[in-house]
Design a protein around this ligand. Sequence first.
Ligand code: P6P
Length: 321
Amino acid sequence: MEQERLHPEATGDLSNLLYDICLAAKIIARNVRRAGLTDILGGTTTVNVSGDLQQKLDLVANETVRNSLQHTGRICVMASEEDEAPIPVPANVPAGKYVVLYDPLDGSSNIDVNVSIGTIFSIYRRVSPEGTPGKLADCLQEGLRQVVAGYILYGSSTMLVYTTGNGVHGFTLDPTIGEFLLSHAHIRTPEVGKYYSVNESNWNKWTPATQRVVGAFKNGDGAMKGKTARYIGSLVADFHRNLISGGVFLYPGDRKVPQGKLRLLYEAAPLAFIVEQAGGAATDGSRRILEIAPQELHQHTPLVIGSRSDVEFATARMAAE
Ligand code: P6P
């Protein structure tokens, strides 16, 4: 609301879209908090376009975001990590000016073992003509063109963290009143991180440069003091800890899968917008994530993200290879 007051010409559409996303988040949070008590635990037999086994809670979260947004008239198209094609708005609903891309429940392999998971979202302005149905081109925009990026972390508390390009702000859900309250205004991430986060079981698949970088984070070298390893295996949880305490997260490509595991549009680009707004950095090991022009809806990208000097240290060495 503060930021809306800075733009008197604002229609309120964007604020209302954020409220729509918060509604979806509250419903997902309720389902996540009760997952052990109702029959929505466990996997399904279906896989998503990236080949990940879909957990029941994934599908419930995906439906929840879609149902919270598609009838509002504020968006012209959506795209979900869990759906192969863009999601059009219903024919009887006017096409709005925004586009929402989302990962409804990232880290879902942790659902059954009660580890923190998250929802990640990106909002863009449409590029196709107003009043026409949204198109694939509306979804394939560089991360620099994001209007809003955010995530909801279903952790020890439920937190919404987002940026509109005016800093990063954190809100904590007060379940007694069902509202997100501002708890972390103007989040800044430390220039040098305490932690490094990477799945070291992939060591033998990495390139020598990646091995040298992770070795320096682990043991230190002339230019880098050794760090503490922290890896939850749930991107939003690893990212959020590093954002607050300082750290660098890596999911590099390797010789077999050079593009790595994470998705550009649903994971890397929104988190890159957030981390840069908090003073950090995000690259694919050579290019700035926000400058990558997406070619496909579900394209993967290597990711190095977090404290600026750590990301620059890694990128200088990985790009030189
Ligand atoms: P690995 C979860 O499935 C996820 O997409 C991210 O949340 C997480 O950072 C990554 O995969 C973990 O992958 O290969 O280390 O288990």
